[in-house]
Design a protein around this ligand. Structure first.
Ligand SMILES: [Zn+2]
Length: 289
């Protein structure tokens, strides 16, 4: 069984439809794979107040989504009747040590088409986390988890008058971190990618679509941590315990920002065409970190 879990804040409402359609599409692409879905709707207004009168309408409008029609989704509701609660609490609590993987979804994420089928096929016989390569992000320290077709760009842009030859700003859309990418574009990129390769990478974790294997000791997020940097907390935990991070280096996971609506979209790209010839390149533990 694979557990897909995601925490939605009310102010993420406009991203939910696309997120759930992607999850639904990937479930339909892997009909034989046992996937359990747990969603938290968080209506809390301790930090921000909505402009609408009733905050609940921001999530209620999604209740007829086909994801709920076709699948048995386990829903948790958090309100101001509960103590302050956020994504780090959710990610700390909602881990199933028996599930093959517990997947951290995010509101701003769409998944590669064969995501669940890949998780079903991968066999790594020890506690680990599986992540997916991304588009070029933030700065060059993220190159270790960047899709191999998108390496070689320097970031962030610090060029001044004219862009350097390798400046990230010269990478065509939708492959820059700030470009919006659709499911169709994501699927196309993945179809055009080569064989799936997995390799152990130096620990480098951001929270979107981290797949945590069964058998992990808990907690891997500090008790009392509510949000922000819980992904870094997991990274420190993995380093300290020497638990490997394995990255699907030919699958693209990307962050796309539309600054105007303050929405951040993380996207994964993958291909499964050559799944049967998947290379698993788990090498030596990363000793120099
Ligand atoms: Zn530049």
């Amino acid at each position: 069984m694979i557990l897909y879990q995601v925490h939605h804040m009310w102010y993420e409402t406009s991203m939910i439809d696309e997120c759930w359609h992607s999850v639904l599409g990937e479930l339909k692409s892997a009909p034989g794979v046992d996937v359990k879905i747990k969603i938290c709707f968080n209506f809390q207004t301790y930090i921000e107040e909505p402009e609408v009168k009733d905050v609940k309408v921001l999530l209620q409008k999604h209740q007829n989504h086909p994801l709920f029609k076709d699948y048995d989704v386990d829903v948790t509701i958090k309100t101001d009747d509960d103590p302050f609660y956020n994504i780090a609490d959710w990610r700390r609590e909602v881990y199933d040590p028996q599930a093959k993987y517990t997947v951290w979804g995010e509101s701003d994420t769409i998944l590669p088409r064969d995501f669940f089928a890949i998780l079903d096929k991968v066999e790594i016989d020890q506690p680990h986390v599986l992540t997916f390569a991304g588009r070029p992000m933030w700065d060059n320290t993220w190159d270790v988890v960047t899709h191999e077709k998108l390496l070689g760009y320097s970031k962030p842009c610090q060029c001044g008058e004219e862009h350097r030859k390798d400046c990230i700003e010269l990478l065509e859309a939708p492959l820059k971190y700030k470009d919006y990418i659709t499911q169709k574009e994501l699927d196309k990129f993945n179809e055009e990618s080569g064989d799936i390769k997995l390799s152990q990478v130096p620990w480098k974790i951001d929270g979107s679509t981290v797949c945590i294997s069964k058998g992990m000791m808990t907690p891997f997020i500090a008790p009392g941590m509510h949000f922000v940097r819980e992904d870094t907390c997991l990274e420190y935990y993995l380093r300290k315990k020497n638990i490997p991070q394995v990255c699907v280096t030919t699958d693209l996971r990307d962050i796309i920002t539309n600054i105007l609506i303050k929405e951040l979209v993380l996207v994964l790209l993958e291909t499964i065409r050559y799944l049967n010839s998947m290379q698993i390149l788990v090498s030596q533990p990363c000793k120099n970190l």
